[in-house]
Design a protein around this ligand. Structure first.
Ligand code: ZN
Length: 57
């Protein structure tokens, strides 16, 4: 019984480069596109909504 870990991604603020959020990549999203996750989220460091991109390590 192989139990694979879910793909785990970090969401990094593109302005201050700080990792603010952690997210699980959904399978549906993975099948549809190989594009990196890109979300607009609130950054505590920038104190505004910025683009957060998926990053690995
Ligand atoms: Zn920021």
């Amino acid at each position: 019984m192989a139990t694979k870990r879910k793909p785990f991604v970090k969401l990094q603020c593109q302005e201050c480069k700080k990792t603010n959020y952690y997210s699980h990549k959904s399978r549906q999203l993975n099948q549809k596109t190989e594009k990196k996750l890109e979300l607009k989220k609130y950054c505590n460091t920038c104190r505004k909504h910025t683009v957060h991109k998926e990053t690995k390590k």
